[in-house]
Structures are given as structure tokens and as C-alpha cells.
Write a protein that binds this ligand. Sequence first.
Ligand code: GDP
Length: 544
Amino acid sequence: MPGRLAGLSLWARRRVGRRFRAFDARRALPKPRAGGYTNRVFRLDQAHVSQLSDLLFETRIAAESFAEFLSGGRLRLGVTGLSRSGKTVFITALVQQLTRALAAGAGRRTALPLFRVVAEDRLENAHLDPQPDYGVPRFAYEEHLSALTGLDRRWPHSTRRISELRVSLEYKRKSTSMFSRTGTARLDIDIVDYPGEWLLDLPLLDKSYARWSVETLEASSAAARAPIAAEWRGANALIDPLARFKEPTAQRLASLFTQYLRHAKTDRFALSTLPPGRFLMPGDLEGSPMLSFAPLAVEEGAEFPARSLALEMERRYEAYKAQIVKPFFRDHFARLDRQIVLVDALAALNSGPAAVRDMETALTEVLTAFRTGRSNLLGSIFRPKIDKILFAATKADHLHHTSHDRLEGILRLLTSRAIARAEGVGAKIDVIALAAVRATREAVVKHDGETLQAIVGTPIAGERIGLDAFDGMAEGAIFPGELPADPRRAFRGDALAVPEEDADFRFLKFRPPVAQLARDSEPLPLPHIRLDRAMEFLLGDHLV
Ligand code: GDP
């Protein structure tokens, strides 16, 4: 029943996800600028891991370190997270903050008070430079920024494959003692964006095809997954794995299996642990025969007859490991110095506790990748040198600030249990709830004698609350619900894909905010939540 409150039109029918206000937010917006997208083709190395290539690889790293020593500092920052976790938005916002930190002009209050090199006025220059790896596509920063800040401001296209971008910073050194170096120094930051789904492939490396088949079929029979996997499981049950191989059968099983994985990943279910990663995020391998395998009902240790379906599926699985998984870990992952793992905890919370627990399993597997090489067999393939990992719950602007610490608390619990299960990682780890781009502001709304902490923004066209649909133009004040004060509550229960009317919270998608222009008529960095804290953790100690 609409009402009027301090100029707000009010729609409040439900406990959560209430919509309070609708007013026209159309304003004069900056013109979009042409993008500078470089479309380089990335080919995966087809070579198997060999001792020789490991040696060459280590020599290259040593040579690179020496060159860095001569030329200034260098840091390879990995940005990962499952699809839609916010990688593209995070990198675009981070690079805009770094390269435009000085755009507001001297004397203006910084938007990055916790990023010390800026807060202490020591940043002298920041710009994009050519990236060192010509074989990796460039992160399409200009294109993504103009999507975010252009006339019809919208979220950029998401990460689908690996890409890279170099930002070079020149800064005044901080003199900490009589003996410390002074003057201007340079830090080249190579930001490497890659799908988190690929990290979840690591456990496959020491798993046989039969073992993986047994585990995958078993996982798909759990209450939360069985309905989503029904079609694929039904088709699989009719197949004799030892029958003669036929390509159409393999294609059909692979396609049904992929559909199951994709369905489980949708917002409705928001499941996380769904390897093989390239089935969800194929990168340049879209349609490749390397992705046309699927688990079969086989027994561990069984011998498969020549020309059987099971034997061919096993070969494709082994090729996937040798030609896709290993080269990624060796050539890209092992070269990272720092890592931020973005987590869309709100999507899992929206779906229910079964999705939250599944996310915990995924994080355990991600953490296993970081400790690999320190103590297990996979160390012969790659040895990560990552010394800091930041887990970041993204899109905190979907919540009122009173819930930010609660979101951080849930992520802290998710990761601490995952760290315990991964038996230590050996890198410094921190946890944060952030919004790389803040699309909402806050308002207090009184309704039916109740005071509600609402957020105000422009929900994207098609978002709905009950029967109300948003048109992408009108702003709305929304009460998204409150996260539980005790983070353990987020893990209790078996619900998945909780229907809207039963949910304790409901998060809508908002359009990006309207960009403000600087004196040079280019957009100022977009508002954010706690991005500066993340920057200080990831980069701060290299900028002193
Ligand atoms: P990726 O697949 O990890 O690259 O994810 P994206 O960066 O493309 O983000 C996926 C979607 O999440 C975007 O289209 C936005 O709708 C939303 N999103 C990501 N970051 C933010 C943020 O900081 N604030 C808000 N409000 N939404 C975000």
C-alpha cells in the first residue's frame, strides 16, 4: 500500500526487500569515451610439464627478479573469484583510483584515506604502461571504464578468460630512519585477472578419472544438487561406460553435464564447487573437443576395454589436466606475488545455507592451491610465492553500513574454517567486506512506526520486488534485510534457492552511480566502500 513519507513514495509489503521510493534520477551525464581495447589472442601452451621447462621457468623468474631489481619494484597482483564475483568491476575501479587519485586536485580531501601513499601525499605520478606478457590479452580497462562512467552507465562485461594490465606508480619514499633510501621510486603493478573457476581445477591434478567420476556423481546425488542434476544423471544411468565409444554419446553426456554445472551456478542456486572450471569458464576453449568429457558410473581401479566410451572419456580428462590445468598453474598462477580473492557472499546468502557451505568448500579448495608446493606432491609442478591473500566480500553497497561488519564476520568464519581444513597456507591473510564501486547511498526510513535502515539507488531494469518491477531509471529506497549478528547462523540449515517470500534478506542489483567530472572533464574515481583498506593491504608495504 503506497504511502508518503518525507517526500518518499512508499511501497512496503514485505518484511525485507521493501521498496520505499520512486523518483526520476535522469540527469545530464558525461559523454562516453572511445575504448582502447587491445584484442590480442591468447593461446595456451600445449607442452607437458617437464623438468626442463620447470628449470627454464625458474631461470626466467630469477632473470625477471634481477631486471626488477635494476629497474624499480614490481608486483604481480592476481585478482580472482568465481564468475560474477566482481573482478572486472574491482580491477576497473582499482586502476581508476590509482591513475586518477591526483585528479581531484591539491587540497581536496582524498577518497582513499587508508591508502597511505595517497593520504601522505607521496604519490607523484600514476599511469598505464605496456604489460610485460605479450601472449596474454590486455585487460580492457578503457572499455570497462567507459561502460561504467558513460552516458548510459552500466556494469562492464565480466571476466571470461585471463587478462593483464600494468599500472606504474612513482612515489616519494618515506624516510623511516637515517639509513633508509630517499627520493622517488617506482612500482610496476601487473594486475592479472583470471576466473576463480580455474583454481578449483587444482584438486583434479592428483585425481584419476575414475575417482573424479565417483566423487562428482556422489556430489550430484546430494539433496541440494539432485534436482538440478536430474536430466544428466538420468541420461548417464542409461549408458554402459564399457560399451564401444560413439562421439554423439560423448557429446550429449558432456553437454548435459555442462548444463547441470551452469544451472547450479545461476543466481537461484549460487553453488560454487563445480569443477572442471573450463566447463563454466572455457576462455578461448569454447567448443573445444578437450571439453567434451563427463563423469561415468565407473569403478576405481577398473581397466577399461580398448575403444570403450570410458577409455576415451578418461583420455580426454587426462588431456584436460595436462594441457589446460597444469600450464595455467605453472605459467600464470605460480608467478603471482599477491592475491585478492573476491567472494559474492551475498549471492550465496540469498540462495540459502547450503550455498554458503558449498562456498566454504570452494574456498578450501582455493586455499589448497595457495599452499601447494609447500608440502605436497604438486610442488613439483609449481611453487606459488604468494605472500599475502585478501579475501573480499564484494558488493557491500547492497547492505546498510550496519551490516558491513556482519558480512565481514561471515566471510571471516567462511575462510577461517576453510584455512583450518586446508591446514595452513603460509601467507598472510586478511578479510574485508567492500564495494569497489558504491552504487547506493543510505537513508533512514520510518514506516508503520518502525525505523528502517534503507539503501537508495537505481535498481537495474527488470529487477523486481514482489510484483513491482523497476525500469532502470527510477530510484528506490530499499530495506534489504539485516545479516545475522551471529555469523554461524548463515551456515545452519539445508535450504537452497530459498523463495523470495521466505528469505530474511533480498539483494537487488543497482546501476552504477553517476560519475562526477574532474576539472579535466574526465570522470573522477567512483565512490567505493573500503577499497582503500584493500589497496593498503595489497600494495601499501611496497610503497614506503
Ligand atoms: P566478474 O565475473 O567477476 O568479472 O564480475 P563483474 O565484475 O563483471 O561483476 C558482476 C556483477 O556484479 C556486475 O555486473 C554488477 O552487477 C555487480 N557488481 C560487481 N561489483 C560491484 C560493486 O562494487 N557494487 C555493486 N553494486 N555491484 C557490483
